[in-house]
Design a protein around this ligand. Sequence first.
Ligand code: GAP
Length: 470
Amino acid sequence: MSEHLPTTNEQPLPDPSVTVELKTIVELCKARGIIFPTAEIYGGVRSTWDYGPLGVELKENVKRQWWRSMVQLRDEIVGMEQAILGPTEVWQASGHLANFADPLVECAKCHQRFREDHLREEQLGAEDAEGDLICPSCKADTLGDPRSFNLMFKTNMGPVETAGSTVWLRPETAQGMFVDFATIQRTTRRKPPFGIAQMGKSFRNEITPGNFVFRTREFEQMEMEYFVEPGTDEQWHQYWIDERLRWYVDLGIRPENLRIREHGEAELSHYAKRTVDIDYYFPDESMGWSELEGLANRTDFDLKAHQEASGQDLTYYDQPNDRRYHPYVIEPAAGATRATLAFLFDAYRVESAPDAKGELQERVVLKLDKRLAPYKVAVLPLSKKESLTPTAREVFDLVKVRWMSEYDETQSIGRRYRRQDEIGTPYCVTVDFDTLDDRAVTVRDRDTMQQDRVPIAALESYLAERLPVC
Ligand code: GAP
């Protein structure tokens, strides 16, 4: 693991002068069509968000990088995709129907509802601190007793609504890997240690969603269940903490903005022996250190629970030693939508740069890792003049085959550069009137703003040298 990565809860706060307000990110996302409220023309739906053309590219790139590091580059981890709708039996056996709940309090005066543990943390400094709470909305001391509120969404399958037709929207992707463990292990012939990975939507009826896409009721997870021999679980747990920290840093998150946090006894989920969170320091006053990913040692809880409930054998047969055992499970559980927000925060920079007249102007630039940038290349004809269009189109046709690219011919070139900086496009390729004579284009680098004149014939190899395979 890198020496710079913090591994204690006493990590000093990152530089307080580096602040980016959440509202700045929300405004940028809306202005550029990255992420915006669902059904906004009808007033929106609280806590659900749509990903526009750039947002979907960015989020899919985050997921792609996770899949690449977890599945593509490793031979002991395989992928899967489970259905989102699942029967009651799964969630009964997993313990979610009984335990997947948050403490809810309601104010007797204004009738607003809140998560009690969050109020304790905000008002008394810790989730389990003793003391009286006040309603954050109307400030009265009329909060009732906490009650357990189950976070699962329920619906019905089929035309007739009966007790037996109930199905649930999964609140985590993890259970797919346990329920399908035997089939996948048998068909892939993997031996512990081996993993099954899955990315996709999960749903939780959160009491207090908020902070943009940080906590929503519909979100995406990237989870991997790593099945190991009992007794080796603690060592594999540490291995995956280090690996996952490295993944965020490799994709551009500043190491000082990451820390790991150990769960206390009271905070541990019903299935966990030990859990460690990877927290990210969101440089907005209201967010600060917040969980990006949880890494749990789930022991053999899930496989045993599903074996007992289904009656199917979910042990692994260790042939050389002629014994059967339930593997222990180490689970790195990340949020794709939450990680997308962290990458946006960490990439956001305001710099000054000279304009065409040499005067310093403010430049907003998303210094996203090139692998995450929504568009890798923008092709910009200097003007809309028809004489430039065929060559500019020819250049676009050349680059779009290999890289997600954009063709943009509206507005002044300066404004188009600014827009591409704001959405994090690593390379702008400008086709100008000289191009018609010399068959060369100008390539501008997002970070250095340096410009190179490159023959069209050499453009593909020029970009390939600078854009990593992803
Ligand atoms: N299988 C274990 C599990 O689901 P979790 O800590 O509840 O663990 C894992 O969730 C990750 O999923 C979190 O670290 C977070 O990134 C993401 N996540 C959880 N709830 C979320 C929500 N309401 N909105 C957005 N992301 C969420």
